[in-house]
Design a protein. Structure first.
Lengths: 245, 190
C-alpha cells in the first residue's frame, strides 16, 4: 500500500476533535509550585542584576583610576621633558664672561677662567679626540673652549673634538640668535645626525627668556649636546653639514 | 473554589500584566488556561503525576517567554505549542533513541478505529497513557496535532518509516483495548 500522507492533515474525526478540546483539572497545589519557581527566578534575576551593577561600577571606577594614572604619568613626562627646555626662573644672575671683540673674532681673554679659542677649521682634521694640538697650524686648543658670537661653529667643532664643556660668552650688547645655537648643535651632533626640533624649540624659548639667565641655559643645553656627542662618538670634525659652514 | 478577583478583563491586559511580571496576572492566566493545557499534558504523559510535572514546567516556560510574544497569532495556539514542545523535550530526555525496527512491515496498515458512543474522552486518554512512550508521542502528533510523518520524523529524530510503524502500533493497541472494553459496539478494521 502506498503511503501518501506526507503532507499535514487536519484531524476531522470526532474522537480527534474530542482529544483536541479535552480538558482536565490538575492538583490545586500546582500553582504554588509554579509560583515558587517564579520566585526563585525573580531572586536569581535580581541577584544577577545586582552583580552586574556592582561589576559595572567597579569597572567604571577602575577605568577612571587608570585614566587618571595615565594622565598623571603623561603629565609628568611632559613636565620632565619641558624642564629641559623651560627657562629656569631663578634669581641668580650668572656671571657673564666677557670678551673684547674685534671684527667679531675673539682676541684675548682677561678672564681667569676662560680663554678665547682661536683655531682654523683645518686644525681639526684629526679624528683622534685625545689630540690637543692642531696638526697644521700649531694652535693649542684650550681645554675649555668658548663660544663667541659669530664663531659658534668654531667652538662647537672644538667641543666635538675635545668632548669638553663649552661656555657661552657674549658681549654685553650682543644678542645671540637662535640660529647660532641651532648651527652649533647641528655641528656638535656631527655627521648626518642633526639636532631635533627639540633644540629649535630650546633656541626660541631661550630668546624669549631673561637674557641674564642665558648663560646658564646655554651651558646646560650644550651639556645635552655634549652627551649626544659622547653617545654617538662624534669626532669627525671636518664632516659638518654644509649649512653650518 | 478559588476566590481570585479578576483584575485583567481582556486577554491583552492579561498578557501585558504577565509580561510586566505581575504575579496576579500570572495566576489569573494560569487559572484560565490550566484545564486546556493539562488536557494536552495528560495525552503526552504516562500518568497523572508526570502530566502535572509537565504542566508546571510548561507554565514556567510560558511565563519566562511571554515577553517574546508579539500579539501576532493566537495566544492559545502559542501556549499549546510551548506545552507540546515541553512534552517533546521531556520525551527526548527519557528516550534517547526509539527502536526503529520494533515492528514489521506487516504492521504498516492504515488502521482506523472509532470511538464507541459509551466511551469517554477520559477513557481514551487513559488508554493513550498506557501506550509506550514513542507510540503515544507519534499518535498525539499525527492524530491530534495534525503533523505529517516527515515532520514527526524530524522532530523526534527518527525515520518516516519508524513514525508510521509507531502510529500503526498505537492504533492497533488502542483498538485492541477498546475492543476489550466495549466488545459489543467497537468496530476495528476497515
Amino acid at each position: 500500500m502506498q503511503w501518501s500522507d506526507n503532507h499535514q492533515h487536519t484531524p476531522n474525526d470526532g474522537w480527534q476533535k474530542g482529544l483536541q478540546s479535552f480538558e482536565a483539572q490538575p492538583n490545586d497545589q500546582l500553582w504554588h509550585r509554579i509560583e515558587t519557581r517564579l520566585d526563585e527566578r525573580d531572586q536569581y534575576t535580581h541577584a544577577r542584576k545586582l552583580t552586574v551593577k556592582r561589576y559595572a561600577s567597579f569597572a567604571s571606577i577602575a577605568a577612571v583610576v587608570c585614566l587618571l594614572a595615565l594622565s598623571s604619568v603623561s603629565f609628568w613626562n611632559q613636565q620632565s621633558e619641558q624642564s629641559n627646555v623651560q627657562p629656569l626662573a631663578t634669581n641668580d644672575k650668572p656671571t657673564l664672561q666677557t670678551e673684547q671683540y674685534a671684527n667679531d673674532v675673539p682676541t684675548s681673554a682677561d678672564n681667569n677662567s676662560t680663554q678665547a679659542v682661536h683655531f682654523q677649521p683645518d686644525a681639526l682634521k684629526s679624528v683622534n679626540p685625545s689630540e690637543k694640538k692642531s696638526a697644521e697650524k700649531g694652535e693649542i686648543l684650550n681645554p675649555i673652549p668658548t663660544v663667541v658670537k659669530g664663531s659658534s661653529s668654531n667652538v662647537l667643532k672644538a667641543v666635538a673634538f675635545n668632548h669638553t664643556p663649552v661656555t657661552v660668552v657674549s658681549a654685553p650688547e650682543a644678542v645671540l640668535q637662535p640660529s647660532d645655537f641651532y648651527h652649533a648643535s647641528l655641528v656638535a651632533l656631527g655627521k648626518g645626525q642633526y639636532c631635533t626640533s627639540h633644540y629649535n624649540i630650546t633656541m626660541a624659548k631661550m630668546m624669549m627668556c631673561n637674557k641674564d639667565h642665558l648663560h646658564y641655559e646655554v651651558d646646560r643645553m650644550l651639556r645635552v649636546v655634549e652627551d649626544k656627542i659622547a653617545s654617538h662618538c662624534l669626532c669627525m670634525a671636518e664632516e659638518y653639514p654644509s649649512d653650518c659652514e | 473554589m478559588h476566590l481570585l478577583r479578576e483584575r485583567y478583563h481582556t486577554e491583552k491586559e492579561l498578557i501585558e500584566g504577565c509580561q510586566s511580571g505581575k504575579r496576579a496576572a500570572q495566576e489569573q492566566l494560569y487559572r484560565k488556561y490550566k484545564g486546556m493545557l493539562f488536557g494536552i499534558c495528560l495525552r503526552y504523559a504516562p500518568d497523572r503525576t508526570s502530566a502535572e510535572d509537565l504542566l508546571q514546567e510548561g507554565f514556567v516556560k510560558i511565563f519566562f517567554r511571554i515577553s517574546s510574544y508579539d500579539h501576532k497569532g493566537s495566544f492559545e495556539g502559542w501556549m499549546k505549542r510551548i506545552m507540546v514542545n515541553t512534552a517533546l523535550d521531556e520525551y527526548r530526555k527519557k528516550n534517547r533513541q526509539i527502536a526503529t525496527d520494533t515492528f514489521t512491515e506487516a504492521v504498516h496498515q492504515d488502521l482506523a478505529f472509532e470511538m464507541p458512543a459509551e466511551g469517554s474522552m477520559e477513557t481514551l486518554v487513559q488508554l493513550i497513557q498506557e501506550l509506550p512512550d514513542g507510540c503515544r508521542t507519534v499518535f498525539n502528533l499525527y492524530e491530534v496535532e495534525g503533523y505529517a510523518h516527515k515532520e514527526i520524523a524530524e522532530m523526534l529524530g527518527i525515520s518516516e518509516g519508524a513514525s508510521r510503524s509507531q502510529l500503526s502500533y498505537a492504533k492497533a493497541k488502542l483498538s485492541e483495548r477498546l475492543k476489550n472494553l466495549f466488545p459489543k459496539t467497537y468496530a476495528v478494521v476497515r
